[in-house]
Design a protein around this ligand. Structure first.
Ligand code: HEM
Length: 525
């Protein structure tokens, strides 16, 4: 059973075997998604057994799965809670949070928490007590092995830190703005589905970031992979990878094409046959010391490409919705953009000084100034566009694209007084934490001004996660979203008559379902 979707589903697929592996491994990448995501030391298909939830016992009028498990809904005698969850995921979570409190179990091996303190604790203990859904480069067959496989990934992360920090992230501002103008310009003022436009924009942006001049074929491959991954994200139950279902075959085909392309690009770059004009992430990875293997480089690229595609596109789509609903706010953003431009301040050029310390320094983004938004130093356009930045933060608070984070215990662990066994899964509901009135006054209200004073406790603001597996693209993402908010407001009239009626889709990534909008160019002032 996979109630925990979000980015981890995708990453489970990506990371489970490393990009260079194949079906011959026995299960390949789709194995993680197909089994519910995991190198967990359980035989193939065993994970699905959790679907057949053991009927809980009634203990003293309180439902308990067993003495060692948190309380939780009883569900159907055979199917557990899957059907109810699938009918209305967030409604299910809200109901059971109200009934059972901040920690409740979904089935024998799956626990939800809506407690920021516990979320923070779990995220901070990742790579020690917990693993992300499956470890990068994993060929691991048991959760206890996953830390070992996270090693190369963490080395790659460290190598990338400088290149993805706030100073360096500015190098891509101009390319991002050009791609944004082009993507919205192509819509020619006609109403369009916003998410596909943003997926195209994000694909082009992240492909350029990773591969520079060698990126040409990658945006299309990302689109193909995105489409192949969607069914895995949307369903709670998957067939094992070895079943030659249409969905599995489609995924293997898409994945194989991307693998082949990345392997070719990496090999050519290593051989010096292809040279990117600027400094891209592939260049950084190839220069890493100690050197990363070809497969580690390729797998890291794959993770960055997938992580930097669907999630930012979902965030951009939510941003458009909020802007479309608030003409007054867009006018204020346009005026801020005009002032910043007049002062020659936006966007900033490469080499800007003054970025804040990386949140990875101690694994706690909350310690890096404003909670959950690291690196907002004076050199960042966010500092020059404070309203745009606050709008973005508010969008990410109300609609975190990665609305549920997943961890798997790899050793016996403790969560809020409950015992977890290796293989148990903890689901951190960022969406509910972000809307909890205990940490957020008027939690459902869109109010960028709250960021003038907001000081949520650790773990209460998780748009980019926390701890050692904090999003490595967060600085780039915050910059680009801030620039996008400002640019869209300045250059386009937004017309989205149905925006208020769109509902959030709690799929792999949270985004307003079916949002349509027309981006009509404004006359230059
Ligand atoms: C609005 C934009 C973005 C949001 C909201 C976002 C959110 C997140 C979150 C919440 C996580 C942590 C997941 C967890 O703890 O399980 C994460 C991880 C990750 N993100 Fe982002 N992300 C964004 C943009 C990007 C970009 C632009 C890139 C690539 C340049 C990227 C690459 C990654 C990667 C590779 C990981 C996995 C990190 C690891 O496992 O160590 N993300 N992201």
């Amino acid at each position: 059973m996979r109630p925990g979707l979000g980015i981890d589903r995708v990453r489970g697929v990506i990371h489970s075997r490393g990009v260079g592996s194949s079906r011959e491994d026995g299960e390949g990448h789709a194995g993680a998604a197909a089994r519910g995501g995991a190198s967990r030391g359980q035989g193939q298909g065993q994970r699905q057994v959790h679907l057949l939830a053991v009927p809980p016992r009634q203990v003293g009028g309180r439902r308990r799965l067993d003495a060692a498990r948190p309380p939780g809904p009883r569900g159907h005698w055979l199917m557990g809670n899957v059907a109810e969850y699938e009918r209305d995921r967030i409604g299910f979570l809200r109901r059971h949070h109200r009934e059972f409190g901040d920690v409740f179990s979904f089935d024998e091996r799956t626990v939800f928490t809506v407690d920021p303190r516990l979320a923070h604790q779990v995220l901070a203990a990742t790579n020690r007590e917990y693993v992300t859904e499956a470890a990068p480069f994993a060929g691991a067959s048991a959760p206890r092995d996953a830390g070992e496989f996270a090693g190369p990934w963490m080395r790659a992360r460290r190598a990338l830190r400088g290149a993805l920090g706030d100073d360096a992230a500015g190098e891509w501002d101009a390319a991002f703005l050009a791609a944004l103008d082009a993507a919205l310009g192509r819509t020619a003022g006609r109403p369009v589905d916003v998410l596909p436009v943003m997926l195209g924009l994000a694909a082009e942006t992240v492909a350029g970031l990773c591969l520079g001049a060698d990126a040409a074929e990658v945006p299309e491959l990302l689109a193909v992979n995105h489409a192949a991954l969607l069914p895995f994200e949307e369903a709670s139950y998957q067939l094992p990878a070895w079943v030659p279902s249409r969905r599995n075959r489609r995924f293997f085909r898409a994945h194989g094409r991307m693998t082949e392309a990345l392997t070719r690009i990496v090999a050519a770059r290593r051989a010096g046959a292809a040279r990117s004009g600027g400094r891209d992430l592939l260049g950084v990875l190839l220069d890493a010391r100690p050197a990363l293997s070809e497969r580690e480089v390729t797998t890291t690229l794959w993770s960055l490409l997938i992580g930097g595609h669907g999630v930012p596109a979902a965030a951009l789509t939510s941003l458009v919705r909020e802007l479309a609903l608030r003409p007054g706010l867009t006018a204020a953003l346009a005026s801020e953009a005009a002032q910043a431009a007049a002062a020659g301040e936006a966007p900033r050029n490469p080499g800007d000084p003054g970025a804040a310390e990386s949140p990875e320094s101690d694994g706690t983004p909350e310690s890096a100034g404003t909670p959950g938004t690291p690196g907002a130093g004076e050199g960042c356009p966010r500092a020059r566009l404070p309203l745009a930045e606050a709008v973005v933060r508010e969008v990410l608070r109300l609609s975190p694209p990665a609305w549920m984070l997943t961890r798997v215990a790899c050793v016996p662990a403790e969560l809020g007084g409950w015992r977890l066994r290796p293989g148990d899964e903890v689901l951190l509901t960022a969406y509910l934490i972000h809307r909890d009135p205990r940490w957020w006054p008027r939690p459902d209200e869109f109010d960028p001004s709250r960021w003038d004073t907001a000081h949520p406790p650790p773990g209460a603001h998780l748009p980019f996660g926390s701890g050692p597996r904090y999003c490595p693209g967060s600085s780039v993402a915050m910059r680009q979203l801030t620039l996008a908010a400002s640019r869209i407001a300045q250059r386009f009239h937004l017309d989205a008559p149905d925006a208020a009626a769109t509902v959030p889709a709690f799929s792999g990534r949270l985004a307003p379902a079916g949002l349509r909008a027309a981006f009509r160019p404004r006359r230059p002032a």
